[in-house]
Design a protein around this ligand. Structure first.
Ligand code: NDP
Length: 246
């Protein structure tokens, strides 16, 4: 028995980066895992195969987080496949770094649709199936609390919304034994935020640890929050940022 044996988890945006690390970690903890992805079916399949090669169970579902019907269908697909849903990780997210005044309406709409509208829709669909011990986990951002570089205005606004969504929702579902928490990464080396290049220099410099984080360092926090041990943690914003916001 491992800590998530018999649990069913859905990780949105689980084909690459932080989401893929979370999916693999929850599977290593014993959960059966579904991941969604937007475009890259090859990467999604590789995550499924990695989990299966560890002896776990996994499926991948194409569902753009901005498409409300697609995310609702994804949740129903998970329940139809595994019979239940215990852990939702709202990880899918995007950023379009540029000065606010240069952002197009279309770009801003896309950030809002994926980072917050999709989180509302997926969470609502998941809650229909969740009972006592359920876990709703957001992957917000350290910039949802404190913004230390320019160029992230719509992104930071959506992650601030994720923070308050977490706190507010925890008040509605707590009596059902469901916890709601927000893991807030700092700079983590992924395709979205590579640890090399000009954009990385100021981010690394403002961390207390003077380094980027690894995807597994976020997955470790999600693993704890998903576990029965975290039963009294809810409505919390758990910052994993190498001291960026210290
Ligand atoms: P990546 O861009 O590296 O990976 C994104 C993942 O999400 C991929 O699996 C991608 O699949 C999927 N995805 C992207 N768009 C959509 C969509 N519209 N619908 C469904 N799935 C989608 O990102 P990260 O791993 O870096 O980021 C993951 C989360 O962590 C995001 O919410 C981000 O805001 C947050 N975060 C990241 C930080 C960092 O420094 N990396 C810092 C703070 C927060 P596909 O390839 O198929 O599109």
């Amino acid at each position: 028995m491992t800590k998530l044996t018999k649990k069913i988890a859905l990780v949105t945006g689980g084909s690459r980066g932080i989401g893929a690390a979370i999916a693999k970690r929850l599977a290593a903890d014993g959960a059966s895992v579904a991941i969604t992805y937007a475009k890259d079916s090859t990467a999604a399949l590789a995550v499924v195969q990695a989990i299966e090669s560890m002896g776990g169970k996994a499926i991948a579902i194409q569902a753009d987080a901005a498409d409300v019907e697609a995310v609702k269908n994804a949740v129903e697909n998970v329940v139809a496949t595994f019979g239940r849903l215990d852990v939702l990780v709202n990880n899918a997210g995007t950023a379009m770094p540029k000065p606010f005044e240069e952002a197009t309406q279309e770009e801003m709409d896309r950030v809002v649709d994926i980072n917050i509208r999709g989180v509302f829709a997926t969470t609502q669909a998941a809650l229909k199936h969740m009972g006592n011990g359920g876990r709703i986990i957001m992957v917000g951002s350290a910039v949802g609390e404190r913004v230390v570089t320019p160029g992230l205005v719509p992104y930071a606004a959506t992650k601030g919304a994720v923070k308050m969504f977490t706190q507010a929702l925890s008040r509605e579902v707590g009596t059902r034994g469901i916890t709601v928490n927000n893991v807030q990464p700092g700079p983590i080396d992924t395709d979205l935020n590579p640890a090399s290049g000009d954009w990385a220099v100021p981010q690394k410099a403002i961390t207390a640890l003077d380094r980027y984080g690894h995807v597994d360092e976020i997955a470790a926090m999600v693993s704890f929050i998903a576990s029965p041990e975290a039963s009294y943690v809810t409505g919390a914003n758990l910052t994993v940022d190498g001291g960026m916001n210290a």
